[in-house]
Ligand binder design. Structure first.
Ligand code: ZN
Length: 581
C-alpha cells in the first residue's frame, strides 16, 4: 500500500470512529419482551459486570429477612471502593435503590442497563464517573422479589411476572426505614451511613392515576431541608432535571398526587415522612427522591424512561458535584445551629405554580364493560394538554424547641440499636446521677384499631411538659443534639413528631399504670394523708360540700385523694427521654 493511500485511510478511519471507546454489552436484558430478570439472574448479571470490569465491584452488605445478603454494586472510574477514600477524593456519591416494591421492577432493569452502559462507556457515559461514584442496590426486597407470580399486581399486565410488595416478613419496606423491623432496613441503614450518599434515588411504579406520561418524580421535598439545600432544590435541581428530561424521548412530570379527583383541579407535591425512603434521606441531608413509573404504560416504556431519568440524574450529579457536596456541608451546619425544628407540616394551598399537564379527561359516569354499571374512569380517546396548578409548598404546622441534650435510659435497647444504626454519637453517664430535665407527659393520643406494618401507630399525640429531678444511672445515654444527625434525633425522639419512635410503639410501656389503690385497703393511709395535709383536706371537704355526686361516691373520693397525693405515680405517661435546654 502506498504511504499516501494509507495515510488517507487512516484519516478517514479517525473521522468515522467515535471519540470514545465503547465495548459490547455483556447483559442479556429482555425488557423489550416484557420480561424482568429473576433474583438469581439479576445477581449473575452484576457478577458478570464485576468480573469483566476492574472499575466495578459487587459487595455483600449485611443480611436481609431471607438470610440472603443485601448486595451493593459500586462503580468508580478508579479501582477504589472504600467510601472513606472516595469521599476524601472529593467525589459525590449517587445511590440508586431498586425493587423495594418488587412488583415495580422498572428500576431493576434500568439500573442493570445503566451499569452496563456506563462501564462500557456507551455514548461517552463514563465521563460521569470523573466526579461521581454510582452505587446500586440491585434488589432491596429480596424476599418479595423471590415471591414471583403473574398475579402480584392486579392493574399491571407487563412484565408478565414480578415479585410481591411484602418482603419475606410481609413488611412494606417503604415504611420501615426508621422502625427497622426488617434485617433489610438495618442493612440499608449501615450502607446509607457508611456511604453517606449525596443523591439518592428509590425507583417505584404507581397505579394512582392515568395520564400520558411514562414516568413521574417525587423530588426531594424542599421544605424538609435547611434553607441552602431548599434553595438548591428549587432553583437548581428541579428546573435542570426537568429540562434534561425534556431533551430525551420521555417527558417528566411531578408525581400526580390529587388535590381533588381530577388533576385539572390541581396536584400537589407529596411530602414523604421519615418512614419512607426519600423522607429518610432528607433527615441526613441527602437529596432523596423517588421515581414513579406509570403502571398503564408498556413495560419497555417504563424501563426506557427510568433509564433516561437515571442518566439525567447521574449527569446532573456529576456536573454539579462540588455544589451538591458544598450545599450539604453548609446545610448540616444550618441545621446544627437551628433553635426550633419543624416536626409537622401542612400543604400551603395559597402557593402554587402553573405546569403543563398532558392528561386524559376524567369521566364520573364511565360504563363498566364488566356489568354495564357506571363508575369513575379516564377516557383515553380524549387526551388533553393544559396548564394546571402544582402546589409545591409545605409549611411547618408545629415546631419543637431544640434541646442541647437528650437523656435516654439504657433500658430502651431497641431505640439505642436504631440510633446506632443511624450513626448517632452519644456519651454514657459515668455514675448514677440525679439530673434536672424537661420531660413530656403524653396527654392525648389515638391509636389505630388495625395494625399497620406490624404496629399500632399512635395518631394525634398531645403533650405537656415540666421540669423534674430524675434519677439516671451509670451508662444511661447522654445524646448531644447539635450533631450531624440532629434532624434524625428530633424527628425520632420528639414524641409528637409525625414518625417518632413513640408513635411507632417503642415507648408503649409508659402508657398504662403500674400501681393503684384498693377502696378499703388505702383508706387508713388516705385519712392519715388528709390529716398531714390540712390545705388539701380543706379543698377535699369543699368539694364534698359543693358536689353532691362526689359527696355520695366513695370511690370518687378515694380516687381524688390518691390522684392528688404522692402515691400517684409520676412515671405514668411520662415520656422517658429527658431534655436539657
Ligand atoms: Zn412503590
Amino acid at each position: 500500500m502506498k504511504p499516501i493511500v494509507f495515510l488517507a485511510m487512516f484519516i478517514s478511519m479517525l473521522l468515522i470512529q467515535p471519540v470514545f471507546s465503547q465495548n459490547k454489552s455483556l447483559l442479556n436484558l429482555k425488557w423489550e419482551q416484557n420480561y424482568t430478570p429473576t433474583y438469581d439472574e439479576v445477581i449473575e448479571m452484576y457478577q458478570l459486570l464485576d468480573k469483566n470490569y476492574k472499575n466495578a465491584t459487587l459487595l455483600e452488605k449485611g443480611k436481609t429477612d431471607t438470610g440472603k445478603p443485601l448486595h451493593l454494586f459500586v462503580i468508580n472510574n478508579k479501582e477504589e471502593f472504600d467510601p472513606v477514600k472516595i469521599k476524601s477524593s472529593g467525589k459525590s456519591i449517587l445511590l440508586i435503590n431498586n425493587g423495594i416494591h418488587p412488583g415495580e421492577p422498572a428500576g431493576i432493569d434500568a439500573s442493570l442497563w445503566f451499569a452496563d452502559d456506563i462501564l462500557r462507556n456507551k455514548d461517552g457515559l463514563s465521563k460521569i464517573l470523573d466526579n461521581t461514584v454510582i452505587i446500586i442496590i440491585p434488589v432491596y426486597s429480596i424476599g418479595g422479589h423471590l415471591n414471583r407470580s403473574a398475579y402480584n399486581r392486579s392493574g399491571q399486565t407487563t412484565p408478565y411476572e414480578t415479585g410481591f410488595r411484602g418482603n419475606a416478613k410481609n413488611l412494606d419496606l417503604n415504611r420501615d426505614f426508621t422502625k427497622c423491623d426488617s434485617e433489610n432496613a438495618k442493612s440499608f441503614s449501615k450502607i446509607f451511613m457508611e456511604w453517606d450518599p449525596d443523591m439518592f434515588l428509590d425507583t417505584h411504579t404507581t397505579n394512582g392515576s392515568d395520564h400520558q406520561y411514562s414516568i413521574t418524580l417525587i423530588p426531594p421535598e424542599p421544605d424538609l431541608f435547611p434553607p441552602i439545600m431548599e434553595n438548591f432544590i428549587r432553583e437548581k435541581f428541579i428546573p435542570e432535571i426537568y429540562s434534561k428530561m425534556e431533551q430525551g424521548e420521555y417527558d417528566l412530570i411531578p408525581y400526580v398526587s390529587f388535590m381533588f379527583r381530577d388533576p385539572k383541579l390541581g396536584i400537589n407535591m407529596t411530602q414523604e415522612g421519615p418512614r419512607y425512603s426519600s423522607g429518610f434521606a432528607s433527615m441526613f441531608h441527602s437529596y432523596g427522591m423517588m421515581t414513579e413509573s406509570h403502571i398503564y404504560k408498556p413495560y419497555p416504556d417504563r424501563v426506557k424512561s427510568c433509564y433516561q431519568f437515571i442518566v439525567s440524574l447521574a449527569e446532573f450529579t456529576s456536573e454539579n458535584s462540588k455544589k451538591i457536596i458544598e450545599s450539604r456541608k453548609k446545610g448540616i451546619q444550618e441545621s446544627i445551629n437551628m433553635d426550633v425544628c419543624p416536626i409537622a407540616y401542612e400543604l400551603d394551598t395559597s402557593k402554587y405554580q402553573m405546569i403543563e399537564f398532558k392528561g386524559y379527561e376524567t369521566d364520573n359516569e364511565q360504563v363498566s364493560p364488566l356489568n354495564g354499571l357506571k363508575r369513575f374512569g379516564y377516557d383515553r380517546s380524549k387526551p388533553y394538554a393544559e396548564k394546571i396548578k402544582y402546589f409545591d409548598t409545605w409549611d411547618p404546622s408545629e415546631m419543637a424547641q431544640v434541646p442541647e441534650y437528650y437523656i435516654l435510659p439504657q433500658g430502651y435497647t431497641d431505640v439505642i440499636e436504631r440510633l446506632e444504626l443511624a450513626g448517632v454519637k452519644y456519651d454514657r453517664l459515668e455514675k448514677d446521677t440525679i439530673i434536672k430535665v424537661t420531660v413530656d407527659y403524653i396527654d392525648e393520643f389515638s391509636t389505630s384499631q388495625q395494625p399497620g406494618n406490624g404496629h399500632y401507630f399512635h395518631n394525634k399525640v398531645s403533650t405537656h411538659s415540666n421540669v423534674q429531678d430524675i434519677q439516671y444511672y451509670k451508662d444511661d445515654l447522654v445524646i448531644p443534639v447539635r450533631q450531624e444527625k440532629i434532624r434524625y434525633l428530633i424527628e425520632m425522639l420528639e414524641p409528637k413528631a409525625r414518625d417518632s419512635f413513640f408513635r411507632w410503639n417503642f415507648f408503649d410501656n409508659i402508657l398504662d399504670q403500674r400501681e393503684y389503690f384498693s377502696p378499703y385497703g388505702f383508706e387508713e393511709n388516705a385519712i392519715k394523708y388528709l390529716e398531714e395535709h390540712p390545705e388539701f383536706k380543706k379543698e377535699f371537704e369543699g368539694k364534698r360540700k359543693s358536689d353532691s355526686d362526689f359527696a355520695n361516691n366513695h370511690r370518687a373520693q378515694m380516687s381524688y385523694i390518691y390522684n392528688n397525693s404522692e402515691w400517684f405515680e409520676k412515671t405514668w405517661k411520662r415520656y422517658p427521654v429527658g431534655k436539657i435546654f
